[in-house]
Write a protein that binds this ligand. Structure first.
Ligand code: SAH
Length: 410
């Protein structure tokens, strides 16, 4: 029978974890410790009891009030999220760990991502690299650094080196959100090419081709989180289709492969100009309409227009839990108008990217809209964000996109 471990051995293990190479210690309140023990990866500043000499972007040892080691985290001196966990073990060398994590994220995509040269390579917490987003558009990588720890010179060096080793000859374009740098108290930086010289490329997803331009001043990129939903929508779409909030036409161009006629609606002219170039690139005919979607849906449904397929993919209506009710009213209105226009046997693809609106709440307003429109809905698919935007089961903040594909009956 194995002997019971002596108490001394346990103490020894704690002492080893107190190794100073693993950075300064930050002590958290019982509430913070509880949050971590239940699998979350953030500790808010209000739950930091003492941060000793932890500097901006330091890798720190997180301990409960009794000094028990809870894991290693990246520390921010300014963000409300003071600690973002990065490892359950002590970390000696952050750049080495970052390189390992980048490799692991790339390997994860290799096993999961198909039919595209555009996908999210690194999704922050979802890839155990909090504060880092990397998107691939064919031979351009778009990089966003959101925290003090990822902005350290040694972190940047490690991340860029690992990315360039794995994506040879890629251009790396850094996309800067000035207000985020301000919040993190980081010196201002411009959006620039940090490696390579390509500003523009063409990428392909599900056999549909798209232009992307990373030049400053232009909104970059596509909604990669919808990639699998584009293909799913096209599997059910038919007849006359309307893509509302179409941006650069991704749903519309997927639908154009299977529908007899497609119209895309957006209020942004620059987006529609790219959408039109994308249609040309794919040799598809799509009608693009610049309009406020709320007005257009109201006018079209009042005029008795009919469609077989409608996609609704609006911007996040709820920016915080505070405007939840207004957001739900917005979702209800557009879904109601769309449902009135859908023929029996039609398909509604309805999305919400508001983290603050839960899947249940969203489904609830769609169901209400269907009752008001006197239509019955059957759920074809209940979907979320593409698998290259991994959801951590204990971190609800990593899951935000809802996409329902519904079949409309009488
Ligand atoms: N479906 C798109 C993404 C949509 S993003 C895709 O998969 O690529 C949301 C879009 O809604 C943006 O293009 C924005 O310009 C547009 N938008 C925001 N408010 C709008 C409004 N009131 N009417 C029409 N379009 C609007």
């Amino acid at each position: 029978m194995p002997a019971k471990p002596p108490r001394l051995a346990l103490q020894g293990r704690h002492q080893q974890k107190a190794d100073s190479r693993a950075g300064p210690s930050v002590f958290v309140s019982p509430r913070g410790a509880h949050r971590l023990k239940s699998g979350h990866v953030w500790v808010y500043r209000s739950d930091v009891v003492s941060a000793n000499d932890a500097g901006p972007g330091a890798i720190v040892r997180v301990c409960d009030e009794r000094g028990r080691f809870l894991g290693s985290a990246l520390y921010s001196t300014s963000s409300q999220i003071a600690l973002r966990m990065i490892s359950p073990s002590p970390v000696g060398d952050l750049p080495v760990l970052l390189r390992e994590r980048v490799l692991a994220a790339i390997a994860y995509r290799k096993s999961l991502v198909r039919d595209t040269d555009a996908y999210r390579v690194i999704f922050s917490e979802g890839d155990f690299l909090p504060g880092l987003i990397v998107d691939r558009y064919n031979d351009i990588l778009s990089l966003q650094v959101l925290t003090q720890a990822m902005d350290r010179e040694d972190s940047r060096g490690a991340l860029l080196a690992e990315l360039l080793e794995n994506f040879e000859n890629a251009t790396i374009a850094e996309r800067v959100e000035p207000h985020i740098r301000e919040l993190e108290q980081l010196p201002p930086r411009d959006s620039t090419l940090v490696s390579g010289d390509k500003n523009h490329t063409v990428f392909t997803m599900n056999s549909v081709r798209f232009h992307v331009d990373v030049r400053e001043g232009q909104k970059t990129g596509a909604f990669l989180d919808q990639r699998e939903n584009y293909a799913a929508a096209a599997a059910y779409a038919h007849g006359e289709a309307l893509d509302v909030f179409c941006y650069q036409g991704a749903f519309a161009l997927h639908l154009a492969k299977v529908c007899s006629q497609v119209t895309g609606v957006d209020s942004s002219r620059p987006s529609l100009e790219v959408a039109d170039k994308n249609a040309l690139l794919n040799q598809r005919e799509v009608e693009w309409i610049e309009a406020n979607a709320f007005d257009l849906l109201k006018d079209y449904s009042a005029a008795g227009r009919q469609y077989n397929t409608i996609v609704l993919d609006p911007p996040a209506f709820a920016k915080s839990r505070k405007n939840l009710q207004t957001a739900l009213r917005g979702y209800k209105e557009i879904n109601l108008r769309a449902l009135k226009m859908l023929r029996p046997g039609g398909v509604l693809v309805t999305c919400s990217c508001s983290y603050h609106v839960s899947e249940g709440e969203f489904l609830g307003v769609v169901a209400e809209a269907a009752r008001d429109a006197r239509k019955t809905l059957r759920v074809l698919e209940r979907r979320g964000q593409a698998k290259d935007h991994p959801v951590l089961i204990d971190v609800p903040e990593t899951s935000y996109l809802k996409c329902f594909i519904l079949s409309v009956s009488y």
